[in-house]
Design a protein around this ligand. Structure first.
Ligand code: AR6
Length: 170
């Protein structure tokens, strides 16, 4: 099941929330800042112990004060025009998070719009990749069974809805 939700990802009742982190796992603004604020200072300690995460990969931590099971920190690409491997790297973020959720037996996972804020990825293009990767997951697997695209605003949610409709019509 795929759902589109508008609101703060730290308030969702799911097994996993995904963080759009940076390579240093050092905390930051945007969704990263919101997740660190809600989880509390132990999250930064856990991230420091991990040490970092390459672009397109994922690292998992406990969620501390956020009432979910896990936080998956993935690092999206910075948009530099699209010819530097950005689409493959963004797809890899979604793929690796979904594969890890499957290995960890997580039933539900919520993604923010990775790279669509500070990292400047054009939302229309990012949403296309996100939907494609999640659909490909459901073609192969049944677990995690619920994927939520969590958007901070209605305009972004509308892009996901349009893309999901387009996919169904193909
Ligand atoms: N819940 C859901 N979505 C949110 C929330 C929230 N609480 N807050 C923001 N968004 P960004 P990036 C949306 O900039 O582009 C950080 O400093 C936001 O509207 O958070 O991958 C990291 O440390 C946008 O649509 O992530 C990195 O340095 C989307 O989340 C860098 O930013 C992603 O925006 C990562 O940049």
């Amino acid at each position: 099941m795929i759902e589109v939700h508008v609101g703060d990802i730290t308030r969702l009742h799911v097994d996993v929330i995904v963080n759009a982190a940076n390579q240093h796992l050092a905390g930051g603004g945007g969704v990263d800042g919101a997740i660190h604020r809600a989880a509390g200072p132990r999250l930064l300690e856990a991230c420091r112990e991990i040490g970092g995460c390459p672009v397109g990969e994922v690292r998992a931590t406990p969620a501390f004060s956020i009432p979910v099971k896990r936080i998956y920190h993935t690092v999206g690409p910075v948009w530099r025009g699209g010819n530097l491997g950005e689409p493959e790297l963004l797809a890899s973020c979604y793929r690796q998070c979904l594969a890890l959720a499957r290995r960890e037996n997580m039933r539900s996972i919520a993604f923010p719009a990775i790279s669509c804020g500070v990292y400047d990825y054009p939302p229309e293009l990012a949403v296309e990749i996100a939907v494609e990767e999640v659909q490909a997951h459901f073609d192969r697997d049944t677990q995690p069974q619920t994927v939520i695209f969590c958007c901070f605003d209605e305009a972004m949610a509308e892009l996901y809805r349009q893309q999901l409709d387009a996919y169904v019509r193909r």
